[in-house]
Design a protein around this ligand. Structure first.
Ligand code: GLP
Length: 236
């Protein structure tokens, strides 16, 4: 696990965006694992710009998103919609090559990812409670894609995407920690101060079920991108 400290969220976006572009230039059939939330938005802007400038094509790329809400109150609240708005509609990825986990047969998602050849590069944000995807505290480190209840802390953090806390979903379907760990390369973004405790747990270097992201400590190729303010506060 390597920490990369940047001045701003945009600098993180520039670095990871360039990693994704370089990967797809080298391997036009790359498999991307993608995340939603505010953290990856600068990254997606860099990727979209590179496509618009003709530097890269995503026509043979496949994507697998980390998670999706169960019973979202309106279509615009779904992660599929978020991805369409913020990335897919701005690049030439084929809609049929974009995948999201489903509550019908969650485990099937792990098989689909494996059948596609496995994720080459997985993008992750991180929850204030250390969740990755929607793997809340005490999720087993070897878990597959599964349905999970959302903690009150996560619902409160995500209520900003809904009209009210009441409307915010109580459940989601998410890649498991074991699913995520199978990715060949992982980049995690922590670019705001609500993530300090979670990054502190990662810096402590000890796997702890209470902080799901600490599973990454064992990953052979994982970069943790943090802004300077987050890093300095997390070191204390
Ligand atoms: C949600 C998503 C996570 C994401 C987290 C942080 O809970 N399921 O995948 O990492 O939010 O979001 P943000 O980047 O907006 O802080």
């Amino acid at each position: 696990m390597k920490f990369i400290v940047c001045d701003t969220p945009n600098e993180i976006g520039e670095k990871i965006g360039q990693e994704i572009v370089a990967l797809v230039q080298k391997n036009p059939h790359a498999i991307l694992g993608l995340a939603t939330g505010s953290s990856p938005l600068p990254t997606y802007a860099v990727v979209a710009k590179a496509y618009q400038e003709g530097k890269v094509s995503f026509k043979d790329v496949k994507s697998f998103n980390l998670d999706e809400y169960l019973n979202p109150p309106f279509e615009e609240a779904t992660y599929r919609y978020f991805m369409k708005e913020n990335l897919f509609s701005k690049i030439d990825i084929r809609p049929e090559n974009t995948h999201f986990p489903s509550d019908k047969d969650p485990d099937e998602y792990d098989r689909e990812i494996a059948a596609a050849g496995g994720v080459d590069l997985q993008v992750l944000g991180i929850g204030r409670d250390g969740h990755i995807g929607f793997n809340e505290p005490n999720t087993p480190f070897d878990s597959h894609t599964h349905i999970t209840p959302l903690t009150e802390s996560t619902r409160e953090a995500n209520a900003r995407f809904f009209h009210s806390l009441e409307e915010t979903p109580h459940e989601a379907v998410t890649m498991g920690l074991g699913t995520i760990m199978k990715s060949r390369h992982i980049v995690l973004i922590a670019s705001d101060l609500t993530k300090v405790d979670a990054i502190h747990a990662l810096l402590a270097g000890k796997k702890d079920l209470a902080w799901p992201a600490t599973v990454l400590i064992d990953h052979p190729s994982c970069e943790i991108f943090v802004t300077k303010d987050v890093y300095e506060a997390a070191k204390k």
